[in-house]
Design a protein around this ligand. Structure first.
Ligand code: 5GP
Length: 336
């Protein structure tokens, strides 16, 4: 565990609001509401319920709780900084954060993204971590919202090409039709944005076929891919972003022993280990590696190889990848 904790790690699948852990939520709530207020006490009460239970519906309710706390510019700023800080604390040296721009009475989608970008610019050096941003399309929302998100991503990526590097396609997989989002996703791709898509998270063969035909740079979860789907991913060098704890806790994988990471490793297919929602699922990237070593017998060198593989699949520049690899390499040398 010590080795894994100290290992420089690469996080490629992390939803901003889902990555707020319990401690940080308390810190944030104290800032947003003040410690002495009724609102703070009420929030703590609701949170205690979550801390004890681990039922799926309750886990997903947590997103709503986090969205309440990040509904103002100040809340969103603090949350973004806390999430970056927490990844850095876990020795994550590179993180791609995804988040759905939201509009409400306090913020437009543009100011939501501007706020997150501002914090990334300010804190990357402070915490010694490289941070990229993938604006998310929530498939449960109308297509015109996705169009606004992509238009903003395209515009802002021209100003911040080092930070905004792609689009995430996520949200409840049982809602919205992938087909309806194809034109807007195509637009993003034609503008040079990479696509990280939640795909085969639920058993929907028709949609899985549509997605594979459409193509993507990385595949989120890939739980219900068939054998030929896995083969296709290998041929096309599309990595599956494996989120062990998330998949087990949300029940898309029956238990850790049958997680498809094992199959991917045996087939030498591209894969990366990620947290998904480290706050909601109460995990860290170190925990995910530990779980993989305990469940599938990964050796230290396999953990390093997985991390190097993540560097390869990161939406980073060649120079950035070289720097990351050097940091990982120098850690392994110090350990030997
Ligand atoms: P946010 O975009 O608000 O920063 O992060 C939370 C959102 O990410 C959720 O409301 C949901 O739309 C999306 N999300 C988080 N985890 C998952 C997941 O495991 N699967 C899918 N499909 N979407 C997710």
């Amino acid at each position: 565990l010590q080795f894994l904790r100290g290992m420089p790690k690469i996080e490629l699948h992390a939803h901003l609001n889902g990555s707020l852990n319990i401690g940080s939520i308390r810190e944030l709530a104290a800032k947003v509401y003040g410690v002495q207020t009724k609102e703070f006490s009420a929030l703590c009460e609701r949170f205690i319920k979550f801390e004890k239970g681990a039922k799926l519906d309750e886990c997903f309710e947590k997103f709503g709780l986090m969205h309440e706390l990040t509904a103002t510019k100040e809340g969103l700023e603090s949350a973004t900084e806390l999430v970056i800080r927490d990844f850095a604390k876990d020795n994550v040296i590179y993180v791609e954060l995804r988040t759905t721009p939201k509009s409400n009475e306090n913020m437009s989608r543009r100011s939501y993204l501007d706020t997150v970008l501002g914090v990334i610019r300010k804190t990357s050096d402070l915490y010694n971590i490289k941070v990229k941003l993938l604006p998310s399309i929530n498939r449960a929302e109308p297509v015109d919202v996705a169009e606004e998100t992509v238009a903003l991503a395209v515009e802002l990526s021209a100003i911040e090409p080092d930070i905004i590097v792609g689009i995430d396609f996520s949200g409840n997989p049982n809602q919205g039709k992938f087909k309806d989002f194809m034109p807007v996703l195509n637009k993003a791709r034609n503008h040079g944005l990479k696509l990280a898509m939640h795909c085969a998270e639920v058993d929907n063969p028709l949609e899985i076929r549509e997605m594979l035909r459409f193509g993507m740079s990385r595949c989120g979860h890939g739980t219900y891919l068939s054998a030929s789907g896995f083969e296709y991913m290998k041929e096309e060098n599309i990595p599956i972003e494996c989120c062990l704890t998330s998949n087990v806790k949300s029940g898309t994988v029956a238990n850790i022993g049958v997680h498809h990471l094992k199959q991917l490793m045996e087939a030498d297919a591209p894969k990366v280990l990620c947290t998904d929602d480290s706050g909601v699922f109460d995990t860290t990237l170190t925990d995910e590696f530990f779980l993989a070593t305990e469940s599938f017998g990964l050796t230290r060198s396999q953990c390093i190889a997985l991390t190097m593989e993540a560097v390869e699949h990161a939406f980073a520049t060649r120079e950035e990848k070289l720097m990351l690899k050097m940091q990982i390499y120098s850690y392994t040398r110090r350990q030997n």
